[in-house]
Write a protein that binds this ligand. Structure first.
Ligand code: 4AD
Ligand code: MG
Length: 452
């Protein structure tokens, strides 16, 4: 029977079953009487030890080559693993010129170096662990929502609206080779989505609690360590929600439950990231998990920042957006516990946020979650469900015509509702301690770079 390395390593009481294992060679060590081989197939961080006769011809068995091994699974005499495979037959399927191979045996390659090889870096321990955690976290997020009674919605990737109103859109057009009878394929300008929120709001008006988890696109001209042009966003929208408190509870629950699930499903992978990528990070993560997240208002945040103005290149005033340096300071100030910042000035936020009607300050019911190392991880708000308020907001933003359908939602059975979006790559950075967002997505896209 064919076994994955993970299943082979996990088999209890191995007693000579004949199995087949396939994978890539991670090490070859030839001793007087035996030849030791380690084979990895990506199913786990650990590799399977293969023991072969020393007179086996191993000239083609180089680091990186692909192999198929037939043999007997037995208890290992060594303390380093429970089982090993006593090889009867080893076949090299694809050889690998170790000299030309950019990954070198026994070398610890910096993440930055491996970024040059998006087609090969998944074969290193670090990327292997990060991408397995990414896969586990994806599944954990889906179960969190399923267990909380949310319906999963596939929101469109091509859309005619700019949800955030920031104009950071990629326009979609057919290639110039396509001959069209009309000038424009969709008859309207179409873009890659920046957020599925507006489509989710439609759906929360029927299913009450909905979520989506897919790629989003922003033409942000940024080379920062936390921005991508294509990133994954987890978005939720909930009807009959009347306070930011209720929303924040779900956000905190999503973060903590997902992280606990990941920690219990792939502890070795998380440990590798914490140990080799971000030493000391394990304690910081535990600190985040065991404390209640904090809440401050935007106004309080500005006061805190103004008292610490000597720390910044630029000190914010009320009415100005927080910069990365401010977000990082606020988290430090809060003892490295994630902190919700709520009630932002209306003028800083998109048209859909709910007016707090609080006099001259004029804020909206917005919430951002700031976390250690990353800064903004979530953005969310209560939505303006009152027809006349929304109509005014749309007019103010010059969107009245395009958003008639959105206004309709406030005419036909409108309810108080709210939602949020969490940047999935920033989430992975936050739990693993990975500095650069380009290292937590298989194929990063950013300004001046679209490799493969
Ligand atoms: O704060 P944002 O722009 O919020 C929205 O798009 C809302 N419509 C979401 C909603 O309420 N349904 O984006 C949400 C999160 C940010 O907090 C950040 O974590 C992440 O998405 N994000 C990015 N991640 C990587 N690269 C980028 N360029 C990002 N832009 C935003
Ligand atoms: Mg935001």
């Amino acid at each position: 029977a064919r076994l994955s390395v993970r299943d082979a390593l996990g088999s209890q009481n191995a007693s000579g079953e004949r199995v087949k294992v396939q994978g890539w060679v991670r090490s070859v060590r030839s001793q007087k009487e035996v030849l030791f081989l380690h084979v990895n197939d990506g199913s786990s961080l650990e590799s399977l030890q293969i023991v072969a006769d020393s007179n086996f011809d191993n000239r083609e068995l180089t680091f990186g080559s692909s192999v198929e091994v037939l043999g007997q699974l037995v208890q290992s005499p060594s303390k380093r693993q429970n089982v090993e495979l006593k090889a009867e037959k080893i076949e090299v399927i694809g050889n690998c010129d170790a000299k030309a191979f950019p990954i070198k045996y026994k070398e610890k390659h910096p993440l930055e170096y491996m970024r040059q090889y998006p087609h090969l870096r998944c074969r290193t321990n670090a990327l292997g662990s990060i991408l397995r955690v990414r896969s586990e976290a994806t599944a954990a997020i889906h179960s969190f929502f399923k267990n909380s009674g949310f319906v999963h919605i596939h929101t469109p990737i091509i859309t005619s609206n700019d949800c955030e109103g920031a104009g950071e859109l990629f326009q979609v057009e057919p290639s110039s080779k396509i001959k069209l009878p009309e000038e424009n394929f969709f008859n309207v300008p179409a873009f890659l989505t920046v957020s599925g929120q507006l489509h989710l709001e439609v759906m929360s008006g029927a299913f009450t609690q909905v979520f989506t988890f897919g790629p989003t696109f922003r033409a942000e001209n940024s080379q920062s360590r936390r921005h991508l042009a294509e990133f994954y966003m987890v978005e939720a929208e909930i009807s009959f929600v009347e306070s930011l408190q209720d929303l924040m509870q779900i956000m905190e629950g999503l973060f903590k439950t997902t992280t606990m699930t990941v920690l219990s499903n792939c502890p070795e992978d998380v440990e590798l990231c914490h140990k080799f990528i971000a030493p000391g990070y394990k304690d910081r993560l535990e600190h985040m998990l065991k404390n209640n997240f904090l809440i401050i208002s935007y106004t309080e945040a500005i006061e805190i920042l103004q008292r610490a103005s000597q720390n910044f290149t630029f000190t914010p005033e009320w009415g100005v957006d927080l910069q990365t340096e401010h977000e990082k300071y606020l988290v430090k100030h809060c003892g490295d516990i994630p902190v919700f910042v709520i009630n932002y000035p209306l003028a800083l936020k998109p048209f859909y946020m709910r007016d707090n009607e609080d006099g001259p300050q004029h804020t909206v019911a917005a919430v951002d979650l700031l976390v250690p190392g990353v800064g903004e991880l979530f953005g969310g708000s209560l939505r303006e469900e009152r027809y006349h308020f929304l109509k005014q907001q749309l007019a103010r933003s010059g969107l009245t015509e395009a958003y008639q359908w959105y206004l309709d939602l406030r005419r036909f059975g409108s309810v108080p509702h709210g939602g949020f979006g969490m940047g999935f790559e920033r989430y992975l950075q936050c739990i693993l301690g990975v500095e650069n967002i380009k290292d937590v997505i298989p194929f990063p896209r950013f300004t001046h770079s679209c490799l493969l």
